[in-house]
Design a protein around this ligand. Structure first.
Ligand code: TRP
Length: 336
């Protein structure tokens, strides 16, 4: 009996900076459950990371660390295709082709390009500019139906759809038009030092972010120092009490408790108690993952084996699309 075909889901993270609990609670943790419903592909987006200057030795470690972290967080590499973007040559190839179907006017409008160019004024390279074309290629190569991304990436998904529609308009149905994933999404975690800003892996103030590899003491200390307000009531009110509300969100996501129940649990108790409880809960959530991570990261043979198998799978799958594209645009066939 033919198995019913699952829809395809594609996502990935850049191998830049250490992941925070924002990345975990907002994305990674929720990815694990998706493979029941979707055929899932998750990339370590290392080519995208090159748009910002990297220290090669560090970068190499970081990319492998991110892969190991995907696995440690619970993504099963047998059930999901997890792979390195740079190991699968189809990405760069499709990206070139699609750059010839993308207008400068469209790229000029990308807010992330504008942001990043003002942040890296000394290195406004062409890769930073064509970044969305590479991202479109990632998604379109796999014929993704849905893409879970944060708000900051929605504009890139929009341009992906535009490019795909334009291409299909000329050559027929080559690409699936991807939609943003609208299923249950994770918590939005804000900075512990400025709760009106998203927690970021590139925040200069290391007290603002809790990293997945922070040890339990560091985690507790960061929550203890988290910015709150001057009254002492644990009550959810994003406008007037953004700091406490962020902590409630984190606690609720970590323990799977409702916000109302959290408020009740800490009624009449001060911030000190509450912060301690959040710190403990987060530390308890991360410690087992950190232990798994250390084991996986040490097991070179295992890692190499799953990397090879998944890279191959990603190539095989994506190359079907690339071959079709090359044929459609009129590139001559390779003779083997
Ligand atoms: N640009 C994304 C980010 O920084 C990472 C990314 C690259 C991505 N290619 C992708 C995400 C394809 C989803 C799908 O978050």
């Amino acid at each position: 009996m033919a198995e019913e075909k699952k829809k395809i889901l594609y996502s990935g993270m850049q191998a830049t900076g250490d992941l925070t609990i924002g990345n975990y609670l907002g994305a990674l943790r929720n990815w694990m459950t998706l493979n029941e419903e979707y055929e899932c592909f998750f990339g370590v987006m290392d080519l995208h990371s090159l748009t910002v200057r990297q220290n090669p030795a560090e970068f190499r470690q970081r990319a492998r660390n991110l892969f190991a972290l995907y696995v440690a967080a619970g993504l099963d590499p047998e059930k999901n295709c997890i792979y390195f973007q740079s190991h699968v040559s189809t990405h760069a190839q499709l990206s070139w082709i699609l750059s010839c179907y993308t207008y400068m006017g469209e790229l000029n409008r990308m807010t992330q390009f504008k942001d990043k160019s003002s942040k890296h004024a000394d290195n406004i390279n062409a890769g930073l500019y064509t970044y969305p074309v590479l991202m479109a290629s990632d998604i379109l190569l796999f014929q993704a139906d849905v893409v879970p991304v944060g708000k900051d990436q929605l504009q890139h998904l929009e341009i992906t759809r535009d490019i795909a529609q334009r291409f299909n308009g000329i050559y027929g149905d080559v690409f699936t038009i991807p939609e943003p994933y609208t299923g249950k999404i994770g918590a939005r975690v804000m900075s512990l030092q400025d709760p009106t800003k998203k927690m970021s892996k590139s925040d200069e103030n290391t007290n603002a972010s809790v990293y997945l590899m922070d040890d339990a003491d560091t985690i507790r200390r960061k929550f203890k120092r988290a910015v709150t307000d001057s009254d002492a009531e644990v009550r959810y009110d994003v406008v007037n009490k953004p700091g406490v509300s962020n902590l409630i969100d984190i606690y609720s996501a970590t323990c799977g408790k409702d916000i109302k129940d959290v408020e009740k649990e800490f009624e009449g108790r001060g911030y000190g108690d509450f912060k301690m409880a959040v710190g403990d809960a987060v530390a308890n959530m991360l410690t087992p993952m950190q232990e798994r991570y250390e084991e996986i990261r040490k097991d070179k043979e295992y890692l190499d084996r799953v990397i090879r198998a998944n890279d191959e799978k990603a190539f095989y799958f994506s190359n079907k699309t690339l071959r079709k594209v090359k044929k459609k645009v009129g590139l001559t066939e390779e003779i083997r």
